[in-house]
Design a protein around this ligand. Structure first.
Ligand code: NAP
Ligand code: COA
Length: 272
């Protein structure tokens, strides 16, 4: 999928969880469009590699090793981003954790860890970046998942967390809209070459083929598909889109719980 034309010169883009997969793909799209980037995730090594990738696109890029569960670190990160780069124009919140686990088998802490990273982590990123967002004009993009609206076996923790993420999108869109801040969710479908896909459907598995067959476009998405959608939603062309939960999934979600939920359940069980 080719890169669409957007101009993000003189814009500051912050991507939480922006050091691999979909989120790094989104950061790379913005870097190619001329933006200044700040990325953060837990691993210093991943941060360093991602910053090199973004600089390789000609972007001014900085990175931070921090955990979205650690409020004090987040406060320091956002203060430093503001001091070095100024107000944030585009904030992407995409840090997440996932593993397939049945509700009657996982520990309370296993459920909690996903809630803490995906749901509370999203709140933390929005809450503690708020002071530093450009007002008016900032665009926030939360990275959701189909699990937010389709119940899936082995995914009770992720379903609960991502449904909550979309409600944070809607409530902050209402609260912060008057200040000229838009908040939207992007819902990726199955995106090729990512950790999320690897965890639920190992490469070459029957499960992966079930997923691809259930996508009307008959292919997995790419990180470039996600970057193009993010750059559109953050652009002036989308200036009246606020509080929306937008699938970027080739129509995967159209089959609803019957197709999607059962397909995933069969797939996860066949891989166990
Ligand atoms: P990924 O490469 O594992 O991306 C997750 C990112 O979040 C990594 O950069 C990771 O880096 C960071 N991260 C994890 N825990 C963190 C924490 N506690 N604090 C800060 N950063 C943290 O996975 P992906 O598959 O590309 O998924 C990216 C997003 O898309 C997620 O929100 C996921 O739910 C969503 N999604 C993915 C798919 C898919 O097909 N892959 C489908 C639907 C939705 P560190 O390990 O360095 O922290
Ligand atoms: N099945 C069941 N429980 C699991 C599990 C699995 N596959 N993996 C971890 N857990 C449990 C642990 O046993 C622990 O529970 P316990 O204390 O009762 O034993 C709990 O989850 C926390 O695990 P821990 O490894 O301490 O968490 P962490 O904060 O270091 O890592 C994860 C978070 C577990 C989400 C880890 O997989 C991760 O870092 N993921 C990020 C990358 C990712 O998932 N990408 C895909 C995004 S869609």
């Amino acid at each position: 999928m080719s890169q669409c034309q957007f101009d993000y010169r003189n814009r500051v883009v912050f991507v939480a969880g922006g050091t691999s997969g979909i989120n790094l793909g989104i950061a790379t799209g913005f870097a190619k469009a001329g933006a200044t980037l700040a990325v953060m995730s837990r691993s210093q090594q991943k941060v360093d590699t991602a910053v090199d990738v973004l600089k390789g696109q000609g972007s001014h890029a900085i990175g931070f090793a921090a955990d979205v569960r650690d409020v004090d670190s987040l406060k320091e990160v956002f203060e430093q981003v503001f001091q070095e780069l100024g107000p944030i124009d585009v904030l992407v919140s995409g840090a997440a954790g996932n593993f397939p686990a049945a509700a009657n088998e996982m520990s309370a802490n296993a459920f909690k860890v996903v809630i803490d990273i995906d749901l509370l982590g999203t709140f933390n990123v929005l809450r503690y970046s708020y002071k530093y967002l450009r007002k008016p004009g900032a665009s926030i993009i939360n990275i959701s998942a189909p699990q937010a609206f389709v119940p899936m076996e082995m995914q009770s923790h992720v379903c609960a967390a991502k449904a909550g993420v979309d409600m944070i999108t809607r409530t902050t869109a209402m609260e912060w809209g008057p200040e000229g801040i838009r908040v939207n969710s992007l819902v990726p479908g199955p995106i090729e070459g990512t950790e999320g896909m690897k965890r639920l459907t190992p490469p070459g598995s029957t499960g992966r083929q079930i997923v691809i067959n259930s996508v009307p476009m008959k292919r997995q998405g790419t990180v470039e598909d996600m970057a193009n959608a993010a750059m559109f939603v953050a652009s002036d062309a989308a200036s009246y889109i606020n509080g929306a939960v937008i699938p970027v999934d080739g129509g995967w979600g159209l089959g609803g719980a019957g197709q999607l939920g059962q397909g995933l359940a069969d797939m996860v069980k066949s891989e166990k």
